[in-house]
Design a protein around this ligand. Structure first.
Ligand SMILES: Cc1cc2nc3c(=O)[nH]c(=O)nc-3n(C[C@H](O)[C@H](O)[C@H](O)COP(=O)(O)O)c2cc1C
Length: 198
């Protein structure tokens, strides 16, 4: 089994990366492969800006989604929101790729002090669109610090990430075991879009 971890920070080896690594370690201990890719350092324009090299990057990631069983989306908190680059990336990725459907995911954020809850809330909206089971821990999925060293000193945040990794591994294994017993995910009906107008 394989989990894709998306780092929405421009600091490739910063706090978000450190948190993703804590989760990855727990997944790896359970025999689950992980791949961390960096998105925050890319120059990705908002939805509707097409044809650039950056859009080819989004397309190249979209083509790999089918190869993964689970996902972790991670971002630093910028003004109580995820990094705009990650939002642009996810807006495009989730529009062009349906291979996320019914695969478990978790969203994590790293911040110095405040704005974590509202940022997690934004990220959680993407998996919820595709019936993806959202994985939780024993607290909201946040870790605190301005440097990787500080992050590792956030004992509660570290525990939150560790348990998150274990819970994701558990759900991935339950889904796999369920399939072996003939328990498959429900068929997704064709989406009804009413725009509130009948
Ligand atoms: C533009 C900008 C805005 C920020 N806004 C917030 C904020 O609203 N709340 C907060 O606690 N930290 C804020 N921070 C600090 C980062 O969220 C924090 O240092 C984070 O852990 C960095 O993660 P990274 O090393 O993965 O980039 C901000 C940092 C930057 C550069």
């Amino acid at each position: 089994m394989k989990v894709l971890m998306i780092n929405g920070s421009p600091r490739e080896k910063g706090c978000t990366f450190t948190a993703l690594n804590i989760i990855a370690k727990k997944l790896n201990e359970q025999g689950i492969e992980t791949n961390i890719i960096n998105v925050g350092s890319k120059n990705i324009a908002g939805f509707g800006a097409e044809g650039s090299e950056e859009n080819n990057f989004v397309k190249s990631i979209a083509q790999t989604i089918k190869d993964y069983d689970g996902f972790v989306f991670g971002s630093p908190v910028y003004y109580a929101s995820p990094n705009g680059t990650l939002i642009s990336f996810l807006d495009k990725l989730f529009m062009m790729c349906k291979d996320f459907v019914q695969k478990p995911a978790c969203c994590i954020v790293s911040c110095r002090r405040g704005g974590a809850s509202s940022s997690i809330d934004v990220l959680n909206k993407y998996p919820q669109f595709y019936s993806m089971p959202l994985i939780s821990s024993n607290y909201w999925n946040m870790i605190h610090g301005n440097t990787p060293e500080e992050v590792l000193k956030d004992e509660e945040g570290v525990q939150t990430m560790e348990l998150l990794g274990e819970n994701l591994a558990w759900i991935l294994k339950c889904i796999e075991a369920g399939k072996e017993k003939g328990i498959n995910s429900p068929k997704i009906p064709e989406k009804i879009k009413t725009n509130y107008i009948k």
